[in-house]
Ligand binder design. Structure first.
Ligand SMILES: [Zn+2]
Length: 400
């Protein structure tokens, strides 16, 4: 079943829903829009509109679970940076330290290319954060009190200050021998605006109010912003919301509308209904129908352009799924064709306890780079296999 039907009348009823992307085949002008279905049952994406902050796209040819995974991975797994530690030198404002620290944590910071331009601090060999894993910001405001009663302290007053271990100046004679390959990649990929509060210096973006201070009050603090993901704290999520809808006519009856008098009047159709065939009341209910087109509308907070969030989200999802497949293959000792040979994918709980994975065979320190084989999954990996956790840190991926 394909979700894209002939959308007669779409040109009128879809007003305000954005414009169907140009460059599509099959636009037939006056009567509506015919979306090409394509020869195979491959996933398809139709981008309806896109800006830096928001996009609307249709995802079809996938199952509901996959579409929902795309939504979740974009919200929870795409890394950004956010303030995680605040050192207070002075705070005589009416806002308590804890509350101010929380408000600072929620300020979106520019995180373009943070995937490659910054390290997770747990993967870094520094002690308390450095140039390669952290951005430092300072907030230093005092109000002497003149003509006004109070002063608004906003996110625009946060200034990025240099972190410890600044990279050495570029070497005119070639590669700097003091830099490891890893450090060099971070310097190359780091965005010069990394860590600057979103909208700072842009008069069209109102700054975020952090506190109001009265005469002779002051705030002086230093913040450490680290790379993280929304799964650990919502402040690291690059999205504020993801609109997610399928089956706008509720033909599948996955939901029941509560209403007072008139269901149709109280639950107007969404703009996505213009892209589907209305239900035919003469047809019986199809118990076997499944949703096939998903209307997604991610809204970014501004730290990363929304296009990058979608692309990185898909990359991360593919990587996660590949890791599941690899882990199952490793444990069952074969590919998926062997699934039916009794084992059924179940893992013997004693597997993985032979010491390999935990470095208990005395070959090396398990917490050091390259220690043991497969530092996470245990057993299955041959000695010397790269650590699953990436970067050879030996840290469990569960702590990502
Ligand atoms: Zn560091």
């Amino acid at each position: 079943m394909n979700g894209y039907g002939n959308m007669n009348g779409a040109s009128t009823s879809a007003q305000g829903a954005g414009v169907v992307g140009s460059g599509m085949n099959g636009l037939d002008g006056t009567s509506g829009v015919q979306v090409p279905i394509g020869p195979t049952n491959q996933p398809r994406v139709l981008v309806r509109n896109i800006t830096d902050k928001e996009t609307t796209f249709h995802l079809s040819g996938v199952e509901l679970g996959y579409a929902n995974s795309v939504r979740r991975v974009m919200m929870a797994d795409v890394p950004t940076i956010a303030i995680d530690q605040v050192s207070f030198f002075q705070n005589t404002s009416p806002v308590p330290d804890e509350m101010l620290a929380h408000r600072l944590g929620m300020v979106p910071l520019i995180s373009r290319n943070v995937m490659r331009g910054l390290r997770y601090t747990r993967d870094c060999d520094c002690d308390e954060g450095c140039y390669y894993c952290m951005v430092q910001l300072r907030l230093k405001v005092a109000f002497s009190g003149t003509d006004r009663k109070s002063l608004n302290v906003t996110s625009d007053m946060l200034e990025v200050i240099p972190s410890p271990r600044q990279p050495p100046p570029p070497n005119p004679y070639g590669q700097n021998p003091d830099l490891s390959e890893d450090d060099r990649l971070i310097i190359e990929n780091r965005d010069p605006e990394m860590g600057v509060p979103v909208g700072k210096g842009d008069p069209s973006v109102p700054p975020i109010l952090l506190a109001k201070i009265a005469k002779k009050q002051e705030i002086d603090l230093v913040c450490k912003a680290y790379k993280g993901i929304g799964k650990h704290h919502a402040k690291w999520s690059p999205l504020s919301a993801v609109g997610f809808e399928y089956d706008p006519y509720n033909k599948l009856r996955h939901t029941t509308y509560w209403y007072e008098v008139d269901e149709k009047a109280e639950w107007p159709l969404s703009s996505n209904a213009a892209f589907e065939q209305p239900p035919d009341p003469s047809q019986p209910f199809d118990y076997n129908a499944v949703p096939s087109t998903f209307y997604m509308n991610p809204e970014a907070v501004g730290s990363i352009p929304v296009r990058t969030i979608v692309e990185q989200g898909l990359d991360i999802l593919v990587e996660n799924l590949a890791n599941v497949v690899l882990a199952v293959q490793k444990e069952t000792g074969g590919d998926e064709d062997d699934e039916e040979d009794g084992g059924g994918g179940m893992v013997d709980p004693t597997m993985g306890m032979n010491g390999d994975g935990y470095g208990m065979n005395g070959q090396s320190d398990p917490y050091r780079e390259g220690g043991g084989g497969g530092s996470w999954g245990g057993g299955g990996a041959p000695n010397g296999a790269p650590s699953w956790a990436g970067g050879g840190s030996g840290m469990s991926p569960l702590r990502r």
